[in-house]
Write a protein that binds this ligand. Structure first.
Ligand SMILES: C[S@@+](CC[C@H](N)C(=O)[O-])C[C@H]1O[C@@H](n2cnc3c(N)ncnc32)[C@H](O)[C@@H]1O
Length: 243
């Protein structure tokens, strides 16, 4: 069950290798359709500047990449460490009749195979819980964006108001594992059990405010953030600085 555990990023590769077949459907179902809203908000912060080339890190099955091509007409390069997720992305891209190409590249956010300032914009989604050093990973991603290029991210978050937090906690600790098992079997039960504690632990160590300061230290300016769906989602955005 743990063929990748000794590799860097082994846990994430193992977790996601069994998910691509039902990922898009169950991702929306188990988030009550909120994931689609959060993605739209993320992309709103990218489209304004009419980018020509966008990098989508942790592209997974390519849902964000496809929407970015449709909304901007830009060329999108999707990077991910889990090949089975990208095979699913490839099959979606092939049937989509897109006006601009999506290039899919197997690679790590921590060590991107691109030159400095290669992209006009950067998006990344649900990434930081899977990397050992979010600050170093952020610096690496910022490196490949041209000065002035927009950057936006989407992550899960923990609701802060007591009542919302309680509802979220009950949902993630009890409903999600059971619903995952019923709809997707053993692999999704495992994801359902993992997700809530993983989100709580991440924000115990790296708060949204810490993340905002970390972004600024990585060389971006005008950092903004919006908590969405009672605080269960977090969209952040910024622009790469000039120096
Ligand atoms: C929850 S999925 C999100 C996929 C997609 N962005 C979406 O919104 O549907 C997280 C993705 O991050 C990828 N991932 C995890 N760690 C990574 C890393 N260090 N570098 C690149 N991709 C990574 C996983 O393989 C997985 O496909």
């Amino acid at each position: 069950m743990r063929p990748f555990s000794n590799e860097p990023n082994g846990f994430a590769r193992e977790l996601f290798s069994g998910l691509p077949g039902r990922y898009d459907f169950l991702g929306e179902l188990l988030s009550f359709g909120q994931n689609a809203r959060w993605r739209r908000e993320l992309i709103d912060h990218i489209v304004d500047v009419h980018p020509g080339a966008i990098l989508d890190v942790a592209t997974g099955t390519g849902g964000v990449a496809l929407q970015m091509v449709r909304r901007t007409g830009a060329t999108v390069t999707g990077v991910d460490i889990t090949e089975p997720m990208m095979w699913q992305a490839q099959s979606k891209v092939s049937g989509a009749g897109l006006a601009a190409p999506i290039f899919l590249v197997a690679g790590r956010a921590e060590q991107l195979p691109f030159d400095d300032n290669s992209f006009d914009a950067l998006a990344f989604t649900y990434l930081f819980r899977y990397v050992a050093d979010p600050a170093a990973t952020m610096r690496e991603m910022v490196r490949v964006v041209r000065p002035g290029g927009p950057i936006a991210s989407l992550e899960f978050h923990v609701p802060e108001r007591r009542l919302f937090w309680l509802g979220w906690w009950l949902y993630t600790r009890f409903v999600l594992p059971v619903a995952g098992w019923i709809t997707g079997g053993r692999e999704w039960y495992r994801v359902g059990r993992f997700l809530g504690p993983s989100i709580s632990e991440h924000y115990r160590v790296y708060s949204a405010e810490w993340t905002s300061r970390m972004w600024a230290q990585a060389g971006v300016r005008n950092v903004g953030m919006r908590r969405m769906s009672l605080g269960a989602g977090l969209v952040m955005w910024a622009v790469k600085g000039d120096g």
